[in-house]
Design a protein around this ligand. Sequence first.
Ligand SMILES: [Zn+2]
Length: 108
Amino acid sequence: MIVIVFKYLIPKGFRGITLFPFIFLFSENEKQDLVVLNHEKIHIRQQFELLIFPFFLWYLLEFLYKWILFKDKKKAYLNISFEREAYINEKDLHYLKQRSFWSFLNYF
Ligand SMILES: [Zn+2]
């Protein structure tokens, strides 16, 4: 995992973006923020478990499906199973130590 501060890659309103094995963050503030880092580390694990490319395909398809379902882009994003798992558990800094394989399925 390689953490890089590069705000030009971060979509407006977001703190960071993870493209295995890189975590890109908006600013140095995010780099010091253990919750933000934990959120992105959960995505690193999800991407690794899905062998990277299928993660992004699944992520996109689930986003589109939930966008149609909720008719709300932000709500669709927050309800992607990968994001639900990351947001619900980001404050638990030990989460990844006891997380089981493909846990994101529990958040579908
Ligand atoms: Zn996320």
